[in-house]
Design a protein around this ligand. Structure first.
Ligand code: PLP
Length: 398
């Protein structure tokens, strides 16, 4: 024994995207010159907006001069950015204080780092199908995982377990991969469960900006009681095109107390020890997102991806294919036709129509029989993919 974390042996190699890449490469080798339409990976294609670019340039220039140079930033985030994010919540009548906001390097980092607040004996509860990083981060930590199902008939709403259990509960709305959004009634049930069992909800709001239905919550704090039981993890990756720039934010309410400990105070202590904060330059770029102009600009980005979803849903409707998501989400979760498996459908799409999607089986066992399309692709690729799917259907490939 050499003292290594043997829990890493429980985590499978991340085969999903490597496998997808290998299959595409093999196909392209045999069919050189043919264009592949990439609707697989959930990475954005639209560039950063003008306000953000301007702010980034200005911040770089400031770093060039002794009078405006910035060294270490406050570990929990630039006070101006924490305030701008709190104000942005408040504008929607959600009372969040700047001290409850923590600036991060993105949701993935936070989803892993936050686990440090919880004992390994606390099980994780992850409604499946789910973003694979939730389970993997917990497996690496040696935590037991419970997978409650989702209510497929009801648009993949995560189902509250019948048994009361104290756990670390993951909710994602709009969801990756199903594109489902939690209704108020669904969240009310989870909040009541978390308060009753003294569980903590990790609410992943990475895709909140895609909600367009009025009655669907964009933040868990729109519901009463949530500040007593939930941490909200958000990101500018999909909201403002920051996937390669890296900035996000996490809200830990002052009211969230377990075992007499304030989780907010614990996280302040954690950050002041385990990070020296997010770069000054990036925080300046992020601040621009929350300006009036910045908000107008990012809403234009969302419109591009929403238009893509509309175009693609119209094609699936015309082809008579069943799907979930797409309405409040950049993901469309299609039922594989003719009872075929996820990988089988992946191969038909690639070989017969040169469309890349992500097999649902990669999001857990219950994702088998489904396939995910990302609407973050280029507009003309989505239009072409829609036409090709209709052709596949007419030619009875599925
Ligand atoms: N949460 C979900 C559900 C995601 O799908 C992703 C990325 O695809 C993330 C979090 C990670 O976001 P970030 O780029 O902020 O790390």
């Amino acid at each position: 024994m050499t003292g290594m974390n043997l829990n890493y042996m429980k985590v499978k190699e991340s085969y999903l995207f490597a496998d997808i890449r290998r299959r595409i490469e093999e196909w392209q080798k045999e069919n050189p010159g043919k264009k592949v339409l990439r609707l697989g990976i959930g990475d954005v294609t639209q560039p950063l907006t003008p306000s953000v670019i301007k702010a980034l340039h200005e911040a770089v220039e400031e770093q060039a001069h002794a009078e405006t140079f910035h060294g270490y930033m406050p570990e929990c985030g630039d006070p101006a950015l924490r305030k701008a994010i709190a104000d942005w919540y408040r504008k929607r009548n959600i009372p969040v204080n700047p001290e409850e906001v923590f600036v991060s390097s993105g949701a993935s980092d936070e989803l892993g780092d936050l686990l440090h607040l919880f004992e390994r004996s606390l099980p994780a509860m992850i409604p499946e199908p789910a973003y694979p990083a939730y389970a993997d981060a917990n497996l690496m930590d040696g935590r037991e995982i419970i997978f409650p199902g989702t209510d497929i008939e009801n648009g993949f709403q995560p189902l509250v377990p019948e048994e009361d259990l104290t756990a670390l509960i993951y909710l994602c709305s709009p969801d990756n991969p199903t594109g489902a959004v939690c209704t108020k009634e669904c969240l009310e049930k989870w909040i009541a469960y978390a308060i009753r069992t003294e569980s903590v909800i990790l609410f992943d709001a990475a895709y909140e900006s895609f909600v367009c239905q009025e009655n669907i919550p964009r933040s868990i704090y729109e519901l009463e009681g949530a500040k007593k039981c939930a941490i909200e993890i958000s990101s500018l990756s999909k909201t403002a095109g920051f996937t390669g720039t890296r900035c996000g934010y996490t809200v830990i309410p002052m009211d969230l107390v377990r075992d007499g400990l304030s989780l907010n105070a614990m996280w302040v202590r954690n950050r002041t020890t385990r990070t020296n904060g997010v770069s000054y330059i990036l925080q300046k770029g992020a601040l621009a997102v929350f300006s009036e102009e910045g908000q107008k600009e990012v809403s234009l980005l969302h419109e591009v991806y929403r238009r893509n979803a509309k175009t693609f849903m119209q094609a699936l409707d015309e082809a008579g294919l069943s799907y979930a998501g797409g309405k409040n989400s950049p993901y469309i979760w299609m039922k594989c036709p003719c009872s075929s498996g996820s990988w089988e459908t992946f191969d038909i799409l690639l070989k017969q129509a040169q469309i890349v999607a992500t097999p649902g089986a990669g999001f857990g066992e219950s994702g088998e029989g489904w396939i995910r399309f990302s609407m973050f692709a280029e507009e003309e690729d989505v239009e072409e993919a829609g036409r090709r799917i209709i052709r596949l259907r007419n030619e009875k490939y599925f």
